[in-house]
Design a protein. Structure first.
Length: 445
């Protein structure tokens, strides 16, 4: 999983974990749309009362677009806080970043462009741009070149920073690395210059020895190489704006790989990473006596693995909305179209969903999950029954008891069938008369 995916997931978990104290669930509504091709779409609408959030209002929206050989995530985030500022104390931050990655059997490449601006109403400002930053890795040797251009400019009080920044050079960087005992970074070139407008420009090239770093950390280098070789090409964009009272961000990520193949691959990657982390934690616990464990992560990964084993995400769109307003938290989720692998009927997918919910209840400790009420919305031409009776509402625990049948359509009568027999006789007679008249006229000629 590339870094931007990790950042999006971490940000989402952070938002959910810092919303405050849930004081009581107001309502949860779940709908399942059932389609004749065997697929389903799940809609979840949940309301909660929360307190002590430290946030006045918040709105997060995420969209998922799934195609044959790509998927795209787009998210916006708006947060209003209770903080205030006077014109003399307000601080503003604005930034944007564009990152692309490509990979082949021999080379992995990452390119980033970054702009960061910070200012206040008193004339103080600091501007940073990185254009571009390139990371080119030879996969077989795990040696990379990191090169780039960084420009700094400032006005007001931050201008003092540039005086020190302009003194940064290759020998200074090498000394810092040596004192930190970092031997896996070599400074090939590093130059700094300052122009007549006071802007500082750094141009550099560093050599990164990932092989040495991996050996130091005890990481399987064969595993690392395989991940680089199979990493899909990606494009990500981030924009954010922040002041004392409001925060806004836009994030988008396009991954040029089938989402189902990528999810299966990520499960394998995370299993290997957890194995490596577990070995490291056991060693730390042995030497320090401090018990460290990742047991809490394993059930979540197990559920994800069961999902990828049993479900396929079809070309479609999904939606996630989180809104906090007046201490009411609203979460709205619409999944993309899901279908059980090798499903012959929609009932097969509903049974697979029941099994997944049962595993989630037991492994994640989500009490009463199977008692959640589900509203069934079949596609036109489908009928959903339980014990022979048509149903529109069941619990999650009853999904395995459902049958989905296709209604036999009433055949549309043909044009001849729609004409009464008497009318047909009249029409036939008229045709015969016209034919006789035409024959008589022909003979007279």
């Amino acid at each position: 999983m590339n870094n931007i995916c990790k950042y999006i997931l971490a940000a989402l978990l952070l938002v959910l974990s810092t919303l405050g104290v849930v004081t009581g669930s107001l309502s949860t509504a779940m709908k399942i749309h059932v389609y004749s091709d065997g697929s389903i779409v799940i809609d979840i609408l949940h309301h909660d009362r929360v307190e002590n959030t430290g946030v006045k209002e918040a709105y997060v929206q995420g969209n998922l677009d799934v195609g044959d050989d790509y998927y795209e995530l787009a998210a916006t985030l708006e947060v209003a806080t209770f903080s205030t500022c006077t014109p003399d104390t307000c601080m503003y931050i604005e930034g944007s970043m564009i990152t692309t990655t490509t990979s082949s059997s021999e080379l992995f490449e990452l390119t980033t462009m970054l702009v960061l601006n910070m200012w206040d109403s008193r004339g103080n400002a600091l501007n940073v741009s990185v254009n571009p930053l390139n990371y080119k890795l030879n996969i077989s040797s795990l040696r990379a070149l990191l090169s780039g251009i960084v420009e700094l400019s400032a006005t007001g009080e931050p201008a003092q920073i540039l005086e020190y920044a302009s003194m940064l050079n290759k020998s200074t960087i090498e000394q810092i690395l040596e004192e930190a005992n970092i031997t896996w970074i070599t400074v090939n070139t590093f130059t700094s210059e300052i122009n007549e407008h006071g802007k500082v420009k750094y141009t550099f090239e560093l050599e990164i020895n990932e092989l040495e770093l991996a050996n130091m950390l005890g990481v399987n280098t064969t595993f690392i190489k395989e991940q680089y070789k199979t990493m899909p090409s990606t494009t990500s964009r981030v924009f954010f704006y922040s002041n004392t009272t409001n925060n806004y961000a836009e994030i988008s990520l396009r991954v040029n790989k089938n989402i189902n193949e990528h999810l299966e691959h990520m499960v394998d990657v995370y299993n290997e990473i957890l194995t490596q982390i577990e070995i490291a934690l056991q060693e730390i616990s042995r030497t320090t006596g401090i018990e460290l464990s990742i047991e809490g992560v394993k059930p979540v990964l197990a559920i994800l693995e069961k999902f990828t084993d049993n479900f396929t995400i079809l070309n479609s769109r999904g939606l996630f909305v989180l809104e906090l307003k007046e201490n009411t938290l609203t979460i709205n989720i619409t999944t993309p179209r899901l279908i059980k692998k090798n499903a012959r009927t929609p009932a097969d997918t509903l049974i697979a969903l029941y099994n997944l919910a049962k595993d989630m209840q037991s492994e994640l400790g989500i009490e009463e999950l199977l008692n959640t009420t589900v509203y069934l919305i079949p596609e036109n031409g489908l009928k959903i029954t339980r014990n022979g009776t048509e149903v529109e509402q069941v619990s999650l625990g009853e999904l395995a008891e459902l049958e989905v049948t296709t209604l036999t359509p009433t055949p549309t009568p043909s044009l001849l069938e729609q004409i009464p027999l008497t009318h047909l006789a009249i029409v036939a007679g008229a045709v015969l008369v016209l034919a006789a008249v035409a024959t008589l006229l022909a003979r007279k000629r």
